[in-house]
Design a protein around this ligand. Structure first.
Ligand code: NDP
Ligand code: OXD
Length: 306
């Protein structure tokens, strides 16, 4: 079995060693222009020539959950694209989102500032019933986040494309369910894939429908959010603030107004990192299953976009 590795911004050596340890008979190498045809590819943001030169792949394994960058390339329609499902990311996403949620709900940022200024002062306790959490996207990551928020007794709502049932979560689906989902949500968590349907989904219209004093946690993709609409709604007071992990341009440009808005907490696309060992184990399991002719989970639907 021949495996080619083409991952931008990723140190290849540890991945090659991990793959070789799990698949000692495989011939594994870093892709170079003109390289021989491989059976499988392990990729992150590969260039178009890579796709064009490897038309005979049995599957392309993306070392992330989101495939938006990959699907922007010209791909053979029959190419099997496989995303990571979980591989250690769901628990990271749950801890990141719960941290942001609780930090906002308990006003921990305000307490930190007070204590740093030498002020010993209390704020009135807030009721968690007043902070319903709405999770957009109830896939591998969204479901885990919704369940984690339930553990802290927040009311939880969820929205997905197809109807879902999750114990304890008020589930809505499709365009017809979106309005009711928004008007019942105060803390909006975005875990949608970026597709033509979801691009710009957090905008003036949708964010204004959230409960007053809304809070936005974007951990999916920057292009889901219309930046200037968020800033305007923060200025108007309808949105209290946001925690943003992902941006339209990454790294976030130095002149972007997000840097200077104290009600926005920023992190550098780090809410759920790809964990190498878990990812290699999952990819190897799936390659082995494909070699045996068995079905695998996490195959992307090109038309749906995720
Ligand atoms: P999944 O594919 O498992 O889940 C996607 C969910 O979104 C599904 O519930 C799906 O609905 C729903 N959805 C898709 N399109 C629509 C739509 N048009 N309307 C309503 N719901 C829709 O993805 P994951 O949970 O694994 O990951 C989600 C995203 O998180 C990734 O695409 C990636 O962009 C981002 N991510 C960010 C990371 C970071 O570090 N910041 C790390 C990892 C991922 P249905 O259930 O009906 O299919
Ligand atoms: C992913 C990411 O999609 O890290 O996995 O953003």
């Amino acid at each position: 079995m021949k495996i080619t590795f083409c991952c931008t911004d990723t140190k290849a050596e540890p991945w090659l060693q991990g793959l070789a340890a799990a698949l000692p008979q495989a011939d594994i190498s870093v892709w170079q222009p003109g390289a021989a045809q491989a059976d499988y590819a392990v990729v992150w943001a590969p260039p178009q020539p890579f796709i064009d030169e490897q038309p005979g792949l049995k599957a392309l394994f993306n070392i992330g959950a989101g495939v938006d960058a990959l699907l922007r390339l010209r791909l053979p329609p029959a190419l099997r694209v496989v995303r990571l499902d979980d591989a250690g990311m769901a628990v990271q996403m749950a801890e990141y989102v719960c941290h942001a949620l609780i930090r906002h709900f308990r006003e921990l940022g305000g307490y930190e500032a007070d204590m740093r200024a030498g002020r010993w002062s209390y704020r009135k306790p807030r009721l968690r019933q007043d902070f319903p959490v709405g999770v957009m996207g109830l896939g591998v990551l969204g479901q885990r986040v919704a369940r984690a928020a339930l553990q802290f007794d927040f009311p939880v709502l969820g929205w997905s494309r197809s109807a879902r049932q999750i114990a304890g979560v008020r589930c809505f689906s499709g365009t017809e369910g979106f309005g009711d989902f928004l008007v019942g949500t105060r803390v909006l968590v975005n875990l949608l894939p970026l597709t033509p349907e979801t691009r710009d989904i957090m905008n003036q219209d949708t964010l204004s429908r959230l409960l007053p004093g809304a809070y936005v946690i974007n951990v999916a993709r920057g292009a889901h959010l219309v930046d200037e609409d968020l800033l305007a709604l923060i200025d108007s007071g309808h949105v209290a603030g946001a925690t943003l992990d992902v941006f339209r341009t990454e790294p976030l440009p130095a002149q972007h107004p997000f840097w200077r808005e104290p009600r926005i907490t920023l992190t550098p696309h780090t809410s759920a990192r790809t964990l190498r060992d878990e990812s290699i184990a999952q990819i190897v399991r799936k390659m082995t299953a494909l070699e045996r002719g068995e079905p695998i989970a996490g195959v992307v639907d090109h038309a749906r976009g995720y």
